[in-house]
Design a protein around this ligand. Structure first.
Ligand code: FAD
Length: 457
């Protein structure tokens, strides 16, 4: 009887899981393995919030497998060594995993293939389903990737959607294999107090609730900072507790502008992944250099610190940064405003902002984080790289009642309505008693500095 090992990486689910399906097709026993590899931490991919979410995902996957007669085998150590050891212990004939397309994942896969070849075992790397379309599967003539979103979106939409695979009914796992304990959240420090729960069941619940209650109004409400009307699926998509293809297929069954707008956002995710796969160096280097001479030195460092701690004196920026610290997640409009403020008003290098976001975001991933930062900073794929978001106007527009600011900036909780976006303008207000800082810089001064540095009229 064959024994197949399934290596789970960033696909921590039992639904729509091609490697698990393929392993089960052999009809024999299956070893579902997750390796906690310190190399992932060393590469800088781990952060307390993501480790906590990951712990939930592993526990949930284990429960799912248990309810199907199996269990998850967890091992800690260098991934290739751990897989080879488990293969030997289980006398597995083959290993199934999802192919990766990042430089890190490709290198890991090549090393694993070599090690398994030496053992006389086969590695099956299945098409990656972490995105709806695998990066590189569509490309414009003469290039290896799309550098502009709209033509990519047109092609993306015209591609047929894959039918998601059902979860297996039964998984038989060899009883003799040892597993390290299932890691929990306890013992982790630096986890945001309001971090959401991870796991496939949470991911599927979040998709169901979004499609039942919020998708119809998504188009008009997705930018409403206080409304919290978006799907909150990003961390589930990142950890693969939800299949991107399945989310898109289910959403595409809904008619109307809300579902269409949601699908467009899902396409942005694929878009960034295909850019990074073709240009891995853009994780740290400008996609399009504009010879920015970012501000450095002590004053810039102090400004960066004020931005990180939500004390810039611009209420909507500070609210967004405090939401990030509290939840390990930030509303997309908040991310745009906070990133524009750092790069275009304070004129601080996008890499500083991206690093801070990655240290906290539960959905933090290199493709979406770095390339969105570059998009905002004007070094990325934005076709209008010089656009600057005014934090006061953005606050008035996307938080018209001021509820988002009052929720996250308690110092301003006593101020009514839209005026909360410009406390310095309120007549008769005792600003010292507020204990809220004055703006770090006048937005117009920041703009002038940015224009001068970029030599714009
Ligand atoms: P929804 O509005 O419900 O959107 C549905 C899904 O579409 C999201 O879950 C996400 O997977 C995708 N999506 C939406 N907007 C974008 C976008 N602009 N780019 C790529 N995918 C998108 N997203 C991440 O997943 N990881 C990151 O590290 C990340 N860093 C960002 C940094 C900056 C500076 C900016 C401006 C955006 C960043 N985003 C990132 C994109 C976006 O802000 C989040 O995906 C979104 O806020 C997640 O919330 P949601 O799931 O409720 O989104």
């Amino acid at each position: 009887m064959t024994v197949s090992l399934v290596l789970f990486t960033s696909d921590l689910r039992v639904h729509d899981h091609p490697p698990l399906r393929a392993a089960l097709e052999g009809g024999g026993q299956v070893v579902p393995l997750f390796v906690r590899d310190p190399a992932v931490d060393r590469a800088g991919f781990s952060a307390p919030n993501r480790l906590a979410f990951l712990a939930d995902c592993i526990a949930d996957l284990n429960q799912s497998l248990q309810s199907r007669g199996g269990r998850l085998i967890v091992r800690t150590g260098e991934l290739v060594e751990q897989v080879v050891t488990a293969v030997r212990q289980a006398d597995a004939d083959e290993v199934h995993m999802a192919a990766g397309y990042s430089a890190f994942a490709r290198g890991r896969e090549a090393r694993l293939r070599q090690a398994l070849d030496a053992e006389g075992r086969r590695l099956y790397a299945h098409e990656p389903v972490s995105t709806v379309l695998p990066p590189g599967c569509i490309a414009p003539q003469g290039s290896d990737h799309f550098s502009v979103f709209t033509p990519y979106f047109r092609r993306w939409q015209s591609e047929p959607l894959r039918s998601p695979l059902a979860a297996p009914q039964k998984v038989r796992v060899p009883t003799s294999l040892r597993s390290d304990g299932i890691p929990g959240r306890s013992g982790l420090t630096g986890v945001s107090p309001g971090l959401a729960a991870g796991g496939e069941r949470e991911g599927r619940k979040a998709l169901r609730s979004f499609l039942a209650q919020r998708v119809e109004t998504y188009e008009e409400r997705h930018d409403d900072l206080a409304g919290d009307a978006t799907s909150r699926l990003s961390a589930h998509l990142h950890f693969g507790t939800l299949s991107a293809g399945e989310a898109v297929l289910q959403a595409s069954r809904h008619r109307g502008a809300g579902a269409a707008a949601f699908l467009r956002q899902m396409c942005w995710r694929d878009f960034h992944h295909q850019v990074l796969a073709a240009r891995p160096e853009t994780a740290t280097r400008d996609y399009r250099s504009r010879d920015d001479r970012w501000r450095r030195g002590r004053e810039a460092e102090e400004d960066l610190l004020a931005w990180q701690s939500g004390r810039t004196g611009y209420p909507v920026v500070d609210a967004a940064m405090r939401q990030l610290a509290h939840e390990g997640w930030m509303h997309n409009r908040g991310r745009l405003i906070a990133a524009s403020f750092l790069t275009k008003t304070l004129y601080i290098d996008w890499r500083e902002g991206a690093r801070h976001f990655l240290s906290l975001l539960v959905d933090g991933d290199v493709a979406n984080n770095q390339l969105n930062w570059q998009w905002v900073a004007g070094t990325g794929t934005d076709t209008r790289p010089d656009r600057v978001l005014n934090p006061v106007l953005q606050g008035r527009r996307y938080d018209p009642d001021g509820a988002y600011v009052r929720r996250w900036v308690p110092e301003l909780a006593g101020l009514d309505g839209v005026a909360v976006h410009e406390p310095w303008r309120l007549p008769g207000l005792d600003r010292a008693a507020l204990e809220y800082p004055d703006p770090l810089i006048a937005h117009s001064d920041g703009l002038a500095r940015f224009r001068q540095a970029r030599r714009l009229a």
